[in-house]
Write a protein that binds this ligand. Structure first.
Ligand code: ADP
Ligand code: MG
Length: 653
């Protein structure tokens, strides 16, 4: 059955070359029961690995049923391994956190494309573990684990069982049981090769081979070969695997992947968490940024396009003659009036000052935006109060202490009740509340309802102590007159303020809504970019988290891969199984992350009142980035491990 001729295997340890096998020639007949003995380090395991197709020799010829093994492709080797050979390891090598039944039937995934639990059950009964099917490897004694491993070796009905010191880690009663099982199997026609240190065990074999320093030193027959042997050549082992339909394979790998994920809950949970956090952070962050941008756009849209904003020149007091420049560049209530009266095409003007102020009511107070404006402001900005009224021109003229408050102030300072008629203090000055402004909403950066509007002249004289206004808003009757009105306004202001020619360009800053919109859009773009960078960093951190979890499990997984290959998995079986696992983890993590981001942004809009908007783009980017990292780092170690000879993967530290 097996014929080895001149087999060499060398290991290099630094400068030293260890000859683990040196010119070994050996024939093993069908039906034989061979014991291999020899001191530790004499090459017994190496020989077993070569015979079990788990390792490749450096030199020599190895034939199984007359066919040269070194000419077989990797896939053909895998098929041969699972059809003809059952390997039993000294360390059992069961899959952790997996039941006895699943351990035994695992090789069937690769040979038959399904878990045949009935067959596994029968084998467990045969090795005396009928009552331990559901137990996991760590819940069984060494002897029981080795019996599970024997059942696993038998599940593909091999012709040859290779057992490398199967009782080396066991007590003597377990040893007797294991030996009994192996003898029974041999009686049933299976060829057995066993490595042992125990002369009593060796004496029960039909043939004893002794090794020393990588070579065979004696070969002694104790009992004759059974008559006729069990000479049944393994059918079709040189062919590829049975042509299982691709989708059927995929279903198998999917089920197997889910089973592995379920068996390693902590590892799975952490990987999912990594992806979840990455995706959720990015999506929520981008939703905030977009929400802010949208809010600004909505606000601009409600202002209309026929508004001009006039400010005093940008570089007031900077350079030139300070006194002169300061005197030039100021705006007054009068300027607003003159613009309205003298320039055709102007419907309304509103002078305004803006500043911070402390609003107090009973024992509560809050810093807020105080806007001093003309009576027409409410109509120009669609800010007509929902409750109560706005102030009138006459109240502005006599500097009345009346205030229209935003919704946030009503909630935070006025205790949520109807505030009309109540007296509040603004910077310690008493004001009567006459109206509540309509709600405009908030985003992460700015609450548009955190404000109070008072008459502009009251604000200038009583609250801020200013002689000038900060800006004048000019409403043009129809949008096509905008540029003409802009030019005329500039001319008028330049001549009435007697601006010298050198400063004509910079004395006043007049902008229309299109320009303001462009400026605001640019600034929100910067803000969104900033958020995106933060989001990208969190995504990166999430990615590193996923990577770590995937890499941490490499040792364990490399051994698992070694084992799966040892029982006959081809490289593509391993890869598709790991791919399925990585994809499942990434999918679950990604979907949960998106859901979490949605919950977060809902919570922010609900509790903090911020506008948020989840963009499909950020969802896609976050999802594919995390999933990509999950798949890449899940698959990379698997790919590396699947390239090793099975025994190297099994030995991986
Ligand atoms: P035995 O099973 O008889 O105790 P082995 O076949 O395990 O011996 O080892 C034979 C020799 O090869 C020993 O000297 C051992 O140190 C060496 N050897 C085995 N495996 C490796 C390896 N992966 N790398 C380097 N040396 C090895
Ligand atoms: Mg050994």
């Amino acid at each position: 059955m097996l014929a080895l001729r001149g087999i060499h295997k060398r290991y290099r340890m630094g400068n030293e070359v260890i000859r683990a096998l040196h010119d070994v020639s050996l024939t093993i007949e069908d039906g034989d029961f061979v014991a291999i003995m020899g001191p530790s380090g004499s090459g017994k395991s190496t020989l077993m690995h070569v015979m079990g197709l788990l390792d490749v020799p450096d030199d020599g010829s190895f034939r199984i049923d007359g066919r040269e093994v070194s000419r077989l492709s990797e896939d053909e080797l895998a098929v041969l391994r699972r059809k003809a050979i059952g390997f039993i390891f000294q360390q059992f090598n069961l899959l952790p956190r997996t039941s006895a039944l699943e351990n035994v039937s695992m090789p069937l995934i690769y040979s038959e494309g399904k878990l045949d639990l009935e067959r596994a059950r029968g084998l467990l009964e045969r090795v005396g573990l009928g009552d331990r099917q559901r137990h996991q490897s760590n819940e069984m004694s060494g002897g029981q684990q080795q019996r599970v491993a024997i059942a696993r070796a038998l599940v593909n009905r091999p012709r040859l069982i290779l057992a490398d010191e199967p009782t080396g880690n066991l007590d003597s009663s377990s040893e007797r049981e294991i030996l009994g099982i192996l003898k029974e199997l041999n009686a049933a026609g299976i060829t057995i090769v066993i490595v042992t240190h125990e002369p009593e065990i060796a004496q029960q074999a039909r043939r004893i081979i002794r090794m020393r320093d990588g070579a065979i030193v004696s070969d002694e027959r104790l009992q004759p070969l059974p008559r006729g042997g069990a000479g049944r050549p393994t059918e079709g082992w040189t062919g590829a695997a049975k042509p299982t339909a691709a989708w059927k394979n995929l279903v198998q790998h999917f089920q197997q992947g889910i089973r592995t994920l379920a068996a390693n809950k902590v590892r799975t949970g952490l990987s999912i968490l990594g992806i979840l956090i990455g995706v959720a952070a990015v999506v929520a962050m981008m939703a905030l940024g977009r929400g802010a941008q949208k809010a600004i756009e909505d606000q601009l849209a409600s202002l209309g396009s026929n508004l001009l904003i006039v400010r005093a020149g940008a570089h007031r007091g900077a350079g030139g003659v300070v006194g002169e420049a300061g005197a030039l560049a100021t705006l007054s209530i009068d300027d607003a009036r003159v613009i309205r009266e003298r320039i055709p095409g102007v419907r309304e003007t509103s002078a305004a000052v803006r500043g911070r102020g402390q609003v107090a009511y009973l024992n509560r107070n809050r810093a807020t935006t105080v806007l001093g404006a003309s009576a027409v402001y409410a109509r120009m900005h669609a800010d007509l109060p929902t409750v109560g009224r706005f102030f009138a021109d006459e109240e502005d003229r006599r500097r009345a202490r009346v205030a229209v408050v935003g919704a946030t102030l009503v909630r935070e300072v006025l205790g949520g009740r109807n505030p009309i008629g109540e007296t509040i203090k603004i910077n310690k000055i008493g004001f009567q509340v006459i109206g509540v402004l309509p709600e405009k909403g908030a985003n992460a950066f700015h609450d548009q309802d955190d404000r109070v509007i008072i008459p502009v002249q009251t604000a200038m004289r009583r609250v801020f102590g200013k002689d000038n206004v900060d800006f004048i808003e000019v409403e043009v009757s129809s949008p096509d007159q905008t540029s003409e009105v802009e030019t005329r306004t500039r001319e008028l202001l330049l001549s009435s303020h007697k601006v010298p020619p050198s400063q004509r360009e910079t004395a006043f800053d007049i902008r229309n809504m299109a320009e303001i919109q462009a400026a605001l859009t640019a600034s929100t773009r910067v803000m969104t970019l900033l958020l995106s960078i933060i989001a990208a960093i969190s995504l990166l951190v999430g990615g590193i988290g996923i990577m770590n979890i995937m890499l941490v499990s490499v040792t364990e997984r490399t051994r698992e891969i070694g084992l799966r290959k040892a029982v006959g998995a081809r490289r593509r079986d391993i890869l598709s199984q790991f791919l399925v696992e990585a994809v499942v983890i990434s999918l679950i993590g990604g979907v949960c992350g998106i859901a979490l981001a949605w919950v977060i942004s809902m919570a922010l809009s609900f509790f903090a009142g911020w506008t948020t908007s989840i963009s499909p783009g950020s969802v896609l980017v976050a999802f594919f980035f995390s999933a990509g990292i999950g798949v890449a780092f899940g698959l990379y170690p698997a790919r590396q491990a699947s390239r090793l000879p099975p025994i190297d993967a099994l030995r991986y530290e």
